[in-house]
Design a binder for this molecule. Sequence first.
Ligand code: HEM
Length: 122
Amino acid sequence: MELTHTILILAHLLGLAVLIGSPLGALPGAGGTHRPTLAVGLRRLLLSAATLQLLTGLALTALLEIDDAASVDHTKIAVKLGLLLVAGGLAAHLNRRPGQPHVRLWFLSLISAGTAAIAVLW
Ligand code: HEM
C-alpha cells in the first residue's frame, strides 16, 4: 500500500512537471516553434500528461477513501479536477483554434502551477 502510494505520487509529480514545463519550453522565445509537426507532438504529450494526472489523482483519492485514518477534502479534489479539465481543454485546442497559441501555452503552464499550489497550500 505504501509503495503503491509512493509510485502514484511520483507519477503524479512527473505529470505535473510535464504540464508546467513543456508549454514554457515550446514558447517561441524559449527556442520553441509552432511548426505543425512539432505542435502535434506537443499536444499529444500534454494530453498524455493530463490523462496521467487524472488517473493518478483518482487512484490517490481512492487510496485516501479506503484509509480509515485519512480525511478526504472533496472540495479541494473537485477544484483540482476542474482546473485539470481547463488545462486539458487548452491542450486539446492548442493548434485547432487560429491565432495566439503562445497565450494558451502560458495559461496552460500557469493553471498547472496554480493547481500544484492548491495541492500543497490548501
Ligand atoms: C494539473 C493537475 C494537478 C496537479 C498539478 C496536482 C498536483 C499535486 C501535488 C503537487 C500533490 C502533492 C501534494 C502533497 O503531497 O502535499 C498532489 C497530491 C494529490 N492529488 Fe493532485 N494534482 C493535480 C490533479 C489532481 C486530480 C485531478 C486529482 C483527483 C481526481 C488529484 C488528487 C490528488 C490527491 C488525492 C493527492 C494527495 C495524495 C496524498 O496525500 O495521499 N490531483 N497533487
